[in-house]
Ligand binder design. Structure first.
Ligand SMILES: Cc1cc2nc3c(=O)[nH]c(=O)nc-3n(C[C@H](O)[C@H](O)[C@H](O)COP(=O)(O)OP(=O)(O)OC[C@H]3O[C@@H](n4cnc5c(N)ncnc54)[C@H](O)[C@@H]3O)c2cc1C
Length: 446
């Protein structure tokens, strides 16, 4: 620990403040929320100095790593924005199959480095998702139906506490902090400077089958998808997307796919065979089966099809254990009102629910439904924000809770962890951050 500061401090009104406020934010919809100070950290030591500065100046702290929070959780009015996006070092221990990463590391970069060693980590589904926020909120990563949310593979953290002390936390020391860091997401009360990870052997085969169906068969598709869900092997990530203008066909359509990570080709083919049981297979507009693929291809395919850069986004989501019959009326309302390309609805056939380690992350369900609205004109912000919020309000009576990855808590508060875990999290916050130095979850404006 030294007093030497390697980063940059921008106060409101300083040249460069606005650029620093936006930083590497992924969503082009930058909210009009203005921190008093933006601190771009250049080292772990800077994080300690920044937290101590916030204490001295009586500032509340919001944090940013990869800048992918749809809701821009890291931008709050007044206080300090502590930006750790430049902390991008990592280290891999090949023999022990472990790694540590700084919070600004991009998941794809980590997996690119691991590939040379036949190792893998369940990083996010788009090229640029940062590990900091991703790991804290849970982390639906590649092969997470098998391995669990990415935070289940976090074995420890280094964290600057509200007192401005840098401590290590794992199962045996500061275990409260370790418990909370795996799932508290934007409600975590410390600045994580390093995550310690358990790595996996890299799956030898990556395969996918992709089907495009017209919207007219949506009842059949969703009913069938929900029915086969319990038999779907955990090595497959079964997804149903609804989007307009698929492959030159106007109007909404459905895309069914099952990225699969297996040890052998036979295992992958056997898993994907279930997608061939669709009762309306003969209605598929296109059908590509058992395509051998690679992580980079899966990542870029998702970005090209669904997650276009430099656009405005709103997102919301829900876990549900309801039947297809119960869900269908709301699915129709989504189809009827779906905004333009590449706005979409995603179903992940996630369940049966997995047993999880004892950690804050505790909300999952059979089916994950998420809606993403995408547009360009700032004058339409209100309309698109309302669309995602209203569509999920509509489903709320059938919902179990939400995933923090796609949270919309400022517009639609809903439970995101078990009641027991939330109570424990709040009592840990009171103990470790009694002055609420760190911002917590966003809430609707009073
Ligand atoms: C295109 C796109 C694709 C996505 N795909 C996936 C996916 O496949 N799976 C999935 O699970 N999620 C996905 N997400 C959601 C994403 O995981 C979350 O937005 C996550 O927060 C991103 O991590 P980040 O570091 O970019 O977070 P940021 O936006 O930088 O931070 C989000 C919040 O996390 C907290 N935080 C961040 N860093 C720290 C830190 N170092 N210490 C303490 N608190 C911190 C802060 O409260 C902050 O407000 C996606 C998002 C986008 C935009």
């Amino acid at each position: 620990m030294t007093d030497k500061f390697d980063g940059t401090v921008f106060r409101r009104g300083d040249a460069g403040y606005e650029e620093a406020r936006r930083g590497h934010m992924w969503n082009a919809r930058v909210p009009a929320r203005y921190p008093d100070v933006v601190v771009q950290t250049g080292s772990e030591n800077d994080v300690v100095l920044a937290v101590r500065m916030a204490r001295r100046e009586g500032l509340r702290i919001a944090m940013r790593s990869g800048g992918h929070s749809w809701a821009a959780n890291f931008l709050r009015e007044r206080g300090m924005l502590l930006d750790m996006g430049r902390l991008q070092e990592w280290s891999i221990n090949i023999r022990a199959r472990t790694a540590w990463v700084r919070p600004g590391v991009i998941g794809t970069d980590l997996n690119r480095a691991l590939r040379a060693h036949g190792l893998f980590f369940p990083t996010g589904h788009c090229m640029s998702v940062g590990l900091g926020g991703f790991l804290l909120q849970g982390g639906f990563g590649w092969n997470s139906r098998l391995w669990g949310p990415a935070c289940a593979s976090v074995t420890g953290i280094d964290v600057v506490t509200a007192d401005g002390e840098l401590v290590h936390a794992d199962a045996t020391q500061n275990s409260d902090l370790y418990w909370a860091a795996r799932g508290a997401g934007p409600g975590f009360f410390g600045a994580v400077t390093r995550f310690h990870l358990a790595l996996r052997p890299r799956p030898k085969v990556m395969m996918n089958s992709v089907y495009h169906y017209p919207i007219e068969v949506m009842d059949e598709i969703y009913t069938w998808a929900a029915a086969i869900r319990p038999q779907l092997p955990r090595i497959m990530e079964p997804l149903v997307f609804m989007r307009r203008d698929l492959f030159g066909h106007s109007g909404p359509g459905l895309l069914v796919m099952g990225p699969t990570m297996a040890d052998t080709r036979e295992e992958a083919v056997a898993a994907l065979a279930l997608l061939e049981t669709c009762p309306v297979l003969d209605r598929a507009i296109s059908r590509e089966v058992n395509l051998e693929t690679e992580l980079e291809e899966l990542l870029s395919g998702g970005e090209q099809m669904l997650y276009w850069k430099e656009h405005r986004y709103a997102a919301d989501n829900l876990w549900t254990n309801a039947s297809a019959r119960e869900l269908l009326p709301a699915m129709h309302r989504i189809a009827e009102s779906l905004p333009g390309v590449p706005s979409h609805m995603m179903w992940i056939l996630w369940g049966p629910e997995q047993e999880l380690p004892d950690m804050a992350f505790s909300m999952q369900g059979d089916i994950y439904v998420a809606v993403y609205s995408v547009w360009d004109d700032p004058a339409e912000d209100r309309k698109h924000q309302a669309w995602v919020t209203d569509r999920m309000h509509d489903l709320e009576p059938l919902g179990k809770g939400i995933q923090l990855a796609d949270e919309n808590l400022a517009a639609r508060p809903f439970r995101f962890m078990s009641e027991e875990n939330l109570a424990r999290l709040e009592s840990l916050r009171a103990k470790h951050d009694p002055q609420r130095r760190f911002h917590s979850y966003m809430e609707p404006a009073a």
